[in-house]
Design a protein around this ligand. Structure first.
Ligand code: 9YT
Length: 128
């Protein structure tokens, strides 16, 4: 069994920081669960273009206020604690944060660890 705390992974290689966010990767591919699980902070007042062409992601909002717009159809969804969105169609989207936001994120296939978005908001499909 794996037991791990957020506190023990802070400022380790599981704590991946980008310009707009900090992703604390509690479970990764090497943990063998078939998905990765992240406790992610997206900083307030940011717009982030995201397009996970190689992954499915489910995102559950724990804290903060913001919205996502799906760019193929221009639909806007307000985000606040208790809202889940699942990118079941690899939806290209724009995440706008009014405040710091905290999310629980699940990726399939699992991230290997160090992925950050490229210029199109894509994570590469990495292998160990
Ligand atoms: C909500 C979201 O997608 N933020 C970007 C970071 C990503 N979810 C991650 O790697 O934790």
């Amino acid at each position: 069994m794996i037991v791990r705390t957020l506190e023990e992974i802070l400022n380790t290689d599981r704590d991946v920081k980008a310009d707009n966010w900090s992703s604390r990767r509690l479970l990764l591919k090497k943990d063998g669960m078939g998905f990765s699980l992240h406790d992610t902070i997206v900083y307030g007042g940011k717009k982030t273009l995201i397009w996970y062409q190689n992954h499915l992601e489910a995102v559950y909002c724990l804290e903060g206020e913001g919205r996502i717009e799906t760019l193929d159809d221009g639909k806007v969804y307000e985000l606040k604690p208790g809202v889940l969105y699942a990118l079941d169609k690899h939806d290209r989207h724009l995440l706008t944060t009014d405040t710091d936001m905290r999310f629980l994120c699940v990726f399939s296939p699992a991230l290997t660890g160090q992925e950050v978005h490229d210029a199109d908001g894509v994570y590469p499909l990495l292998t160990d």
